[in-house]
Design a protein. Sequence first.
Length: 475
Amino acid sequence: MSITSDYIRRFSRRPAATILLLGVIMAAERSASAQETPSKATLTAAEAANDHLLWERNTSSQQDLPTYDDSVVAHSRPWIATLANTSQRGLQLDAMGLLAIRAGDDSAAQRQFAERLATPGLSISDQAYTLYVATKAFTNDPQNTARLAIANKYVAKLDTAPLTPETMLVRFLAHQRMASTYYARRDSVATVREILTADAIIPAIPYDRRYWPSRSSGLEMFAEMVSSQPNARSRVDSLTRFLTQMLTASPALIAQDSAYYWMSQGYTGWIETGTSQLALLGKPLPGIVAMHWYGISAPSATDPSGPGARTFSAADGHVRVIEFGDRFCGACMMSLPALRRIRATAPAGVEFMYVTFTQGSWGADLIDGDAEAEHLRHFYLEKEKLNMPLAVWAGPKEPGIDDQVLPRQSPNITTIATTSPTFIVTDGRGIVRHVGFPDGAEAERTLNEKLRRLLKESSTTPPAATQATATLPHP
């Protein structure tokens, strides 16, 4: 796979792709090495920023979570030195600002962004873009309070700029970026404030540009941050209704073009997916049902869902990370490297489990559930090296439509994993404390911080004696 195709795969789901700047993907094709160093071939700041950020991403995928430490500073400074005697103008100033941040020179970064914003005749859209890039740059390390204060100033300028309806999307993304930053800092008040500020902008965004609001509404973060409040459920439901309304195409739009109907289905589908998983947050995780248990003793509790089925309860005093997925789910397969990394970097004492199900065949062969479960054990534990307990539902085969004979559906799909993959964290009482796969290095660091807090809680809180709904403590 070329770096360009890998780049597209990695970043097509993230607004962060914008910081790699303006069609410079071709620069990545020059070298497949994550250790590329500056050379005379690098002529622009955009190319340098692109290569450096690819180095960060590739390094993080091969090693541990990336941190904005001495290694990042050391790798970025040669790029700065290479460009020192060149004249960078226009959009290249945004890239220079990014590199300066990585090199630890915040003052230089601010000068680059200021020079770009002072460009005579700079359009409103370009001003908004630069302010957004600056916001992202200065929130690259959520724990850096000084940079966070600078980022807030850029957002304030973005809020007061004379924006057009089209550039309101940039304002939305900037506030969502701030929400993610405060979320990483565990500042629930600021997180909720920024999410609500961002979502209030959605009505001003043209309907055909509401893709990112549908994917990055902040609903999951919002639910987690308000989960300890008495009116948490009503607040989450209220925001869900608002987002659904904003992301549903009006009859007038659909009458204008049927493409809006399908666009609406896609937009609201993301909200429905998030809502179904959020229903578990703050509640006891339903029992995990499976016939085959690898790397863990089979539970003693039997289950009537199928022959040999047993039920596992997460209310056993352990903080646990659980992923539900299947072998034919592309997103599930793409999540496995990150799951291995999360497993390797998680605090000591956190338990892990992967839950899947049989589908009645392996390759071109129709096989029984026991044989397929053994194939799945080999695939996940030996080939993919997940290094965690594996639970496999192997339902009896039953007649289906069009003369198909398929395994009975796993009850985990209807009670827990309504989408694939489903990523859940439970505390020692078996209460769901997190839903949603951590998307990116910063999210993985935030997850580790959460796991440490849950471990501390579990050391002082006994396992749940019953499956009663519990109120989450304040984040």
